[in-house]
Write a protein that binds this ligand. Structure first.
Ligand SMILES: [Zn+2]
Length: 393
């Protein structure tokens, strides 16, 4: 990643958010179900109705079939509309997914998209099992509930009024696939932290997290060039033995070819080395030397070239032999914010979810967003694409 000139910007403030704030209660999140494609079947046990403007239809057999129509959303047997909201007193089945809420259909990218409109708490209940294992200790799940809720609310506040959705249901944001059965610990974690979010100076933070840090969480300054006070990195004594160790090897030729993709051309490789590490032990700068010269490459950029699935973190060592470049490291993810295995270790040690939050988001506070006077997202001009490419799990 090229280091960017990045400055803190609370650019969108005041009146706009007060208006959004008024519209947030009760907070409903709009989730684009982007991994689902038309045609859609929407079913319910009872009382399924569709609404479009002044038109309301009751499904005669408790099912609507939705597809792309000419210039709109086709509701089989009822006509074509610009937007259709389907709701029920019971659970809705959308192409096999169960959810509590309304399903909105809009024309989207030449077809029709489904948007689940649901209570924020219901959404967090659905997201949690995809972000953390359901059988983990309650206090770890509660910490994860706060990160999930904060992250979601942050995006809800960021979205402009005319944007039809707040987040999508993939790893680009957080995975959501409706009601997850048997998630009792998850339900307790959400219920016991209802409404609680992580705040910095009155602003809802985008609560980044990762699987395991390997002993020291990452400072955003090192990877984004922006100093976010609650994400400066800290020692983590809790992921310890659970931090994943990984290794992989690539041939010298493959390595040279990968570097060339980033216009780092050094010819046939004869030397590789880590030349700068930050205080968390992660690689800042890497040197590759070949018969056509030597070049320095940023650690984050190298990880992107190698693939974040293979090079799971920047806490690594490198060796070169006759044929291969061999990497071995520890930890998984970008290292920013909460270390999930650390949260697991803290919960097992008898610490609370608040201890977890205050360790990984130093100087932050926990508040129930429903009683805050104003709701504003904490905005930093960072390279989200870079962060999203390292989604942790
Ligand atoms: Zn850790």
């Amino acid at each position: 990643m090229g280091t960017q000139t990045i400055r803190r910007r609370h650019i969108i403030r005041g009146a706009a958010f007060l208006i959004i704030c008024a519209a947030l209660f009760p907070a409903e999140i709009r989730v684009l179900m982007s991994d689902m494609k038309a045609p859609f079947s929407v079913k319910s046990e009872s009382g399924l109705s569709a609404e479009s403007g002044a038109h309301v239809f009751i499904a005669s057999n408790n099912e609507f079939r939705i597809d792309a129509g000419r210039d709109g959303v086709s509701v089989s047997g009822y006509g074509i509309y610009r937007q259709v909201d389907i709701s029920s007193a019971a659970v809705i089945r959308l192409n096999g997914i169960s959810l509590n809420g309304t399903v909105r259909f809009i024309p989207h990218n030449g077809s029709v998209a489904a948007i689940a409109v649901l209570d924020l708490e219901e959404y967090v209940r659905g997201v949690l099992p995809y972000e953390m294992q359901q059988d983990w200790p309650l206090e770890a799940l509660k910490a994860q509930a706060l990160t999930a809720r904060s992250y979601a609310l942050h995006h809800m506040l960021l979205k402009k009024k005319d944007t039809p959705y707040d987040v999508d249901n993939t790893t680009k944001y957080q995975v959501y696939r409706g009601i997850v059965p048997g998630a009792s610990n998850v339900n307790a974690a959400v219920a016991e932290t209802e409404g609680e979010v992580i705040i910095y100076r009155g602003h809802i933070i985008p609560a980044y997290f990762h699987a395991s840090c390997g002993g020291y969480t990452e400072s955003t300054y090192r990877i984004f060039g922006v100093d976010i006070p609650y994400l400066r990195g800290c020692p983590c004594y809790y992921c310890g033995t659970n931090a994943r160790h990984w290794s992989f090897a690539v041939t010298k030729d493959e390595f040279a070819a990968k570097l060339a993709q980033a216009a780092v051309r050094v010819g046939a490789i004869h030397r590789v080395a880590v030349i700068e590490r930050n205080r968390s032990g992660r690689v800042d700068a890497f040197l590759a030397a070949g018969d056509a010269g030597s070049k320095k490459i940023n650690g984050g950029e190298l990880r992107k070239l190698m693939g974040a699935g293979r090079m799971q973190s920047l806490a690594f060592d490198v060796k070169l032999d006759e044929t291969h470049v061999r990497f071995s490291g520890t930890g998984n993810g970008h290292g920013v914010g909460m270390c999930q295995w650390g949260a697991y270790g803290m919960a097992l040690a008898g610490l609370s979810y608040k201890d977890v939050v205050f360790l990984y988001y130093k100087t932050a506070e926990i508040h129930d967003y429903r009683i805050l006077r104003t709701l504003e997202p904490d905005i930093w001009k960072i390279n989200e694409t870079y962060l999203n490419s390292f989604t942790s799990h």
